[in-house]
Write a protein that binds this ligand. Structure first.
Ligand code: FAD
Length: 144
């Protein structure tokens, strides 16, 4: 059976996930990258080094974010979110990195996905912290 997730189910998929696909479009090019994230009920928080995705999101902050919760090909829940990329600084950036650290440290085994507050690919090791506040959210599921 295919169906639509209600608000509570969308909330559950976003809160339980740690990996999403961040999609953006700027200067005639569309780009999708996997990133780790934390959702706190208000916004999606992430971190990154300087690079193509940050350049594109600065040029056009309108982004799309997808999260999937897949048991198998006939049993899954997915959520798609539209929102605005917002770069964080000062206390907000620190709070973002703390949130990522608390949620991701127990499940992190790699450098890029890591929540350390420093990013291994960043020039000076310091991550760019950001959030995306959902403006539109949709959810679908399949259950066998
Ligand atoms: C499970 C997982 C979790 C991750 N979590 C994070 C995270 O939280 N934060 C984060 O910054 N990065 C994360 N990454 C890495 C991320 O997907 C990007 O590879 C990385 O951030 C570099 O993106 P960029 O746009 O800055 O690339 P740049 O270094 O600017 O390079 C751009 C070029 O590299 C290519 N490229 C970049 N990334 C990829 C890729 N993943 N696969 C194929 N081609 C690629 C682009 O097509 C483009 O040609 C994660 C990856 C995985 C698999």
């Amino acid at each position: 059976m295919l169906g639509t997730l209600d608000d509570a189910q969308i909330e559950q998929v976003l809160r339980s996930g740690t990996l999403g696909r961040l999609g953006m479009h700027a200067e005639g090019r569309t780009y999708v990258v996997p990133v780790t994230y934390v959702y706190d009920g208000d916004a999606i928080y992430g971190h990154t080094a300087e690079g193509m995705k940050v350049r594109m999101m600065r040029a056009n902050p309108a982004v799309c974010f997808e999260v999937e919760d897949i048991d198998d090909m006939a049993n899954w829940r997915t959520v798609i979110v539209w929102g605005e990329y917002e770069e964080l600084s000062g206390d907000l950036a620190t709070a973002c990195m703390n949130l990522l650290h608390a949620r991701l440290a127990p499940v992190t085994t790699s450098e890029t996905a890591g929540p350390a507050g420093r990013h291994p690919a960043a020039k000076d090791g310091v991550a760019v912290a950001y959030r995306i506040r959902p403006t539109v959210r949709t959810g679908r599921f399949e259950k066998s």
